[in-house]
Design a protein around this ligand. Structure first.
Ligand SMILES: NC(=O)c1ccc[n+]([C@@H]2O[C@H](COP(=O)([O-])OP(=O)(O)OC[C@H]3O[C@@H](n4cnc5c(N)ncnc54)[C@H](OP(=O)(O)O)[C@@H]3O)[C@@H](O)[C@H]2O)c1
Length: 252
């Protein structure tokens, strides 16, 4: 019934920033037939929705990762069109938003903000691995990459601060590492990986870019190109590992 020769990709959290950059590059990459891009609210997804008018192979789907039902609905919509996904990138993340700012001190910790960081940065990704298994499990190679962050490395934590963001990225790493072990049994052609993009010029990093040397602040285009190279080079032995933008392994 399904006779695909080209690949299908899904970018979760593609309304802006790195996720939108992935959609843009996947749309002009001849290997990919259909690109699925998710957004939370049309108001912040104007760029993505405008792309869908120019590229018929782009399918936009609403997903708020804090509501599992929206994940299940989006996966069902993809399954109605195809039996296989070959590349999935989880680009959802939150570091700050209005009153919600990364904690500089224990005094600023609140249960509410910690839960919010975990739900968005970690829980959403593992819920996706739960729902995506039937689409990633097939006889061709497939990759699920979650954009993590080097500040989520426990071994590399020398500065402190940013409790919720750091801990939620460490939790993301553990959840995806654990899912990679289950996928190795149930879907052995799927590679799961955690990727640090490097500091990239987006809404998320904007308030913290002062002091970042220009050569260390990547454009979205550069980051996406670098992460595509890392993903293209992954082998089954790399599943469950944590990589930097240059392909180097990062410490947990
Ligand atoms: N930029 C950097 O320097 C940097 C460095 C290290 C790691 N990262 C990681 O890279 C990833 C992408 O970040 P970015 O820099 O591209 O940030 P961004 O421009 O702020 O994009 C974040 C994306 O996450 C989406 N999102 C947030 N909460 C969501 C939810 N509940 N459900 C669905 N989507 C949600 C946003 O959608 P809305 O438009 O609806 O808000 C947006 O599409 C994140 O995981 C971030 O932690 C970034």
């Amino acid at each position: 019934m399904f006779t695909e020769t080209r690949q299908n990709a899904l970018v979760v959290g593609s309304s802006q920033g790195i996720g939108l950059g992935f959609v843009q590059q996947l749309l002009v990459d001849d290997r990919f037939e259909t690109v699925y891009g998710t957004y939370r609210r049309p108001e912040s997804a104007q760029g993505l929705l405008a792309l869908a008018e120019r590229f018929p192979q782009l399918v936009c789907l609403p997903v708020d990762v804090t509501e599992e039902r929206t994940i299940a609905d989006a996966i069902a919509a993809i399954q109605a069109r195809t039996a296989r996904l070959h590349r999935v990138v989880y680009c959802v993340g939150v570091l700050h938003n209005g009153d919600f700012q990364p904690e500089k001190s224990l005094r600023q910790i609140t249960s509410e903000n910690l839960v919010r960081s975990f739900q968005t940065n970690a829980v959403g990704a593992v819920l996706l691995t739960k729902h995506l298994l039937p689409l990633l499990k097939h006889d061709q190679p497939s990759v699920f990459a979650a954009i993590s962050a080097k500040v989520g490395s426990i071994g590399d934590n020398r500065l402190g601060g940013w409790y919720g963001y750091r801990a939620s990225k460490a939790a993301l790493n553990m959840l995806i590492k654990t899912a990679s072990l289950e996928y190795a049994r149930r879907s052995p052609n799927t590679i799961l990986a955690l990727l640090h993009p490097g500091t990239t010029d987006t809404r998320l990093s904007e308030p913290f870019q002062r002091g970042v040397p220009p050569e260390k602040l990547f454009s979205v285009e550069r980051t996406v190109a670098q992460l595509m190279v890392v993903m293209d080079g992954l082998s089954p032995a790399d599943s469950g590992e944590f990589f930097s933008w240059d392909g180097a392994r990062l410490p947990w």
